[in-house]
Design a protein around this ligand. Sequence first.
Ligand SMILES: Nc1ncnc2c1ncn2[C@@H]1O[C@H](COP(=O)(O)OP(=O)(O)OP(=O)(O)O)[C@@H](O)[C@H]1O
Ligand SMILES: [Mg+2]
Length: 355
Amino acid sequence: MFFSRRGNLVGLDMGSSSIKLVQLKELGKGGGYALENLGVSPLSPEAIVDGAIMDSGLVVDVIQNVFRENKVKVNEVALSLSGHSVIIKRVSLPEMNEDELAESIQWEAEQYIPFDIQDVNIDYQVLQGDVPAAEGTMDVLLVAVKKSKINDYTSALSQAGKAPIVVDVDVFALQNAYEVNYPAEPDLSLALVNIGAGVTNISIMQGTSSVFWRDISIGGNQYTDTIQKELNLSFERADAIKRGEEQPEEGTERLQQIFNQVSQDVTSEVQKTLDFYKATSAGEAVNKLILSGGSCRIPGLQEMLAERFGVPIEMFNPFQVIQVNEKKFPPQMIQELAPTLAVAVGLALRRTGDK
Ligand SMILES: Nc1ncnc2c1ncn2[C@@H]1O[C@H](COP(=O)(O)OP(=O)(O)OP(=O)(O)O)[C@@H](O)[C@H]1O
Ligand SMILES: [Mg+2]
């Protein structure tokens, strides 16, 4: 279910702050893609909380809106999940053939998945990349997603009149968007860091292999919550101030302090993940960060990450190799939205035949 590549489905990233839609058109002979449709519809903060749909009516309305407003005709969707109900592990198993693996995977999974195996959908893939497995063993990527969570998201889509065809995971979609847009660099060890509202998705790649995945529960909401509490404001006003659309009455000094303080927390959480990766893998230390997600635009955050990790920081451009008609999609709009659309682009690359 989770691993197929390329595609012509509508990519729908159902984030907790907004639903993002991207539709791509596969170009003929020369290959490549053109942007066909794009839409972002805000979700009120009580609709999806901690990755769980709390108000499905709101979510269904917003899904319908984003399709309607952008006149999207295709109803087949690739969506993705993230957060606590998704477990991704690279496990080392004794070498075996496909049938043996299919037979034993459920049992193997039980040892690695902290949920009741009856409650999750399991998928797996034998890894063949730059990082060789130890003699007599094979590396297998194991993915488990809670059935209840898949069900919540796919039913919201069905209620909105759309067909959920591919259920992916944020970190894989992110990686997919990266692989399509950027050339593989064998010596590079990079972390894709997608800083959203409630979740930060991290995917570490070594050369052409992806080697580590993690979702951490931190993001833009932390800034909004702190501004809201410290300056005694509504969520909406705090969020607008955070995005620089409104000015706080008490001046910007306190705001700068809050940005700084929360960015320290975000940076430390990212560091914990990178440290864990370093301690548990034989691979190279990360030597570049590629940032995406709406919250990578917090003033000063990029500089703080650069300073803490001492590595170059780049902004993810998910449209780097995708043809964009400037008349239909003004460059300024694309530039503004691009960082938040990485997951949606990764999803839009999936195709109907995919599981
Ligand atoms: N210009 C900006 N400056 C700072 N923060 C911003 C800006 N624009 C958007 N954000 C924040 O980015 C976050 C939204 O990013 P994104 O769309 O990547 O998250 P999401 O996919 O909706 O959420 P999640 O995946 O965490 O559930 C929100 O917290 C929003 O307030
Ligand atoms: Mg997101």
